[in-house]
Design a protein around this ligand. Structure first.
Ligand SMILES: [Zn+2]
Length: 508
């Protein structure tokens, strides 16, 4: 009898130790009701390493600070002499040498293949069967390569995750460049076996910063530089007296702008670009970044032809074919997502707006999350310039205001999927936010997913980084209202500077 009892206890213990398998049927399928999540990471989701495993091992991406500084040290005296004595040859040589020393080995060959000694040794393979709302499988990739190569790997990855978990479908949560991988995937394999698609800040139709850079349009502008700094300040995590440091930095930036220091820096920068920009493009940027199909995937359609010529893309060969192949994925993403949605896949596209974008491009007024333009991430929203409402004439001509943001900055009716595209004002590119995570949980667990499905999360939201939350957008915020709603030192400083600006403007 004792033997029988201990056998039963043993059997129970073994069964319990199997964990998630408890919810499995005898045929290995899982009945937990929550298909596994695959997180398709952003650019730089895995390290790119030269001579991995040898004593010369060097991480090339993300570039390691020591490596960057040692390369900079080697050229700094020549850069200083070049600037000081206005010796453009010396300066050009030094800058070209610096860019090539840091990034040269990232370049791909004419077939779009990496150098044999430059690899991604830490790529994930799915392991274990643990899945659920708080657990995902991380798909990473070498951002330089052809997105269709990642799509093939993702296809195998999905198959493996299904086998491990006993589910016949998965959820794809794509962050930033993850949307490029998704675009190639949907174009090649369709949406079979996918039940949820989330696109977080994805450059689905590209980003202007890549389009303009690949056409050689670089411009420094003091307003955009100052605003870029100001918009990034609330996201600083200094770990100590955050609010005070943020407020002080904001005041400092605005003061420097007012005193003309930032304009002076821009003049210097513009002179530098004029003097040596062509050479740095010709001898360093084009030979490196022009060979990366991954970076080409960020070029919006309207820049593409000019970029092909400016970046001297070869007229044939593997690299040429790979760069051109992705144009199909980008051209088809709207119809591919629409088809998936119409067939019952739950889709959530979410993007930031009203953040000052990278201050190096001529299109600096394009509203964005700081990196990806809202119009490209949202698949076609009509957007105002950053920090401004849409034109009065546009607003007056709008017959249907169902998809117009309460601050009059975004008209989502022109999006490919207006009913499942969310917008978050003042949300910096891919910044973590508990409110947005809560929205994702709802998207993953609800039967109906649209901008009308969740009272707490309507189409237009506003990010509050300090509270780590998002709120429905009400109207355009003035500094005093923001201070009253969320009293903080940073908002107090913002209010004071808005007053100073108003007095200054009325005096002019
Ligand atoms: Zn399950």
């Amino acid at each position: 009898m004792k033997k029988a009892i201990s056998l039963i206890i043993c059997a129970v213990m073994v069964f319990c130790a199997m964990g998630p398998a408890i919810s499995a049927f005898a045929d290995g399928s899982c009945n937990c009701g929550f298909s596994p999540v695959i997180y398709v990471g952003p650019l730089g989701c895995t390290s790119i390493v030269r001579d991995a495993g040898t004593e010369n091992e060097q991480q090339l991406w993300k570039i390691d600070t020591k490596f960057l500084l040692s390369n900079l040290n080697a050229v700094l005296p020549r850069i200083s002499r070049g600037i000081l004595f206005h010796n453009t040859d010396l300066l050009g040589d030094a800058l070209v040498e610096f860019v090539n020393a840091c990034f040269g080995d990232l370049a791909l060959d004419s077939e779009g293949r990496s150098k044999a000694n430059v690899t991604t040794p830490q790529l994930n393979v799915p392991e274990g069967s643990r899945h659920g709302p708080d657990s995902d499988y991380y798909f990473d990739y070498d951002f330089r390569l052809d997105p269709y190569e990642h799509a093939e790997r993702l296809h195998e990855f999905i198959g493996r995750v299904k086998a491990l978990t006993g589910h016949n479908s998965v959820k794809l949560k794509c962050s930033s460049m993850g949307g490029v991988v998704l675009s190639a995937y949907l174009d090649k394999y369709g949406y079979d076996g996918i039940d949820v698609i989330i696109c977080r800040c994805c450059p689905l139709l590209g980003t202007a910063v890549a389009g303009e850079a690949f056409c050689g349009k670089i411009e420094l502008n003091s307003t955009s530089l100052t605003r870029y700094g100001e918009d990034a300040i609330p996201f600083l995590e200094t770990g100590f007296a955050d609010d005070f440091i943020e407020g002080t930095l904001y005041a400092l930036l605005d003061t420097l702008k007012g005193a003309g220091v930032i304009d002076g820096l821009c003049v210097l920068g513009d002179r530098l670009i004029k003097d040596v920009g062509d050479r740095v493009f010709e001898e360093a940027l084009i030979p490196v970044f022009g060979t990366l199909p991954g970076i080409w995937s960020f070029v919006p359609e309207e820049y593409f032809d000019e970029a092909v010529s400016f970046m001297k893309l070869p007229e044939e060969g593997g690299l040429h074919d790979k760069v051109y192949a992705y144009r199909n994925a980008m051209a088809n993403i709207q119809s591919n997502l629409r088809a998936a949605k119409d067939d019952g896949v739950k889709v959530c596209i979410i993007c930031g707006y009203n953040v000052q974008r990278t201050p190096l491009v001529t299109l600096w007024k394009s509203t964005s999350d700081g990196t990806v333009d809202t119009k490209y991430a949202s698949l076609g929203a009509t957007c105002s310039n950053v920090k401004e409402p849409l034109d009065d004439s546009y607003l007056a001509s709008l017959e249907n205001r169902e998809y117009l943001s309460p601050d009059n900055m975004i008209d989502a009716s022109t999006c490919a999927l207006p009913e499942c595209t969310w917008f978050v004002r003042d949300w910096l590119h891919c910044n973590g936010n508990a409110g947005i995570d809560e929205l994702f949980s709802l998207v993953m667990t609800s039967d109906e997913v649209s901008v009308k499905s969740f009272d707490k999360f309507p189409q237009f939201l506003e990010a509050d980084d300090d509270a780590d939350m998002i709120y429905p957008v009400t109207a355009s915020p003035d500094a005093l209202t923001r201070l009253k709603e969320r009293p903080s030192y940073l908002n107090f400083i913002r209010y004071i500077f808005s007053l100073i600006k108003r007095i200054f403007q009325s005096g002019n």
